[in-house]
Design a protein around this ligand. Sequence first.
Ligand SMILES: [Zn+2]
Length: 250
Amino acid sequence: MNNTPMTTDELFRDDATLLQCTATVLAIDDGGVVLDRTVFYPLGGGQAGDAGLLQADDGRSVAIVDTRKHKERPGAIAHVPAPGADLSWLQPGQRVTAQIDAARRQAHARFHTATHLLCALVPHPVDGCSITAGYARLDFHMSEPLDKDTLSAGIARLVAEAHPVRHRWISEDELDANPGLVRSMSVQPPRGLGRVRVLEIEGVDLQPCGGTHVTNTAEVGTVVVTKIEKKSAMTRRVVLGFAEPAARPG
Ligand SMILES: [Zn+2]
């Protein structure tokens, strides 16, 4: 692998509603397919990576099953192809349309926004977080018991109140002046870029976050607490799920 600097423009950071973009292939390597720009969110901050499709104008395509920050190319994003996928038509310079699995992303965004609502309801530091399309979990550093129904009702209230959700960039100096902004013990915001992305749920929560969210808490819909576990003396794990029944065949 050569050391040519290769970075991916992260379109999802400024507009998480984008479902597709055109892009140019920069490299294909063990990490996956690297594009010059993408709407695919890479695993990070507890949120799972996107899946989707890279497609050429002539219809050739490759399914992407996961997205990761490239291990060997800082600033590059690796689109992980499905096992056994034919990549022979993909060459550096190839133009493609990068399209995410919208349903999977919407599930991530709903759960991710719900974890912020949970942070507003449980005023304790977070020491772990995982967000998938099927569930989300948040570990709080605390010893007091939590009540499932009370938290579900709290989330439902914040969803019904339809608070706008938006991000903005603040300087690292501004962040240092407000240490209370950082709610998570395990995930510190990325440093050294001069600015930090903060996510604001108007009147509810404000914290550094690089993930993808819905644009209004109303879109979180019917997310409920499905389980509360005592993981250790100082850890309470809250698991979130969708309350709507899963689609069943027949
Ligand atoms: Zn977030």
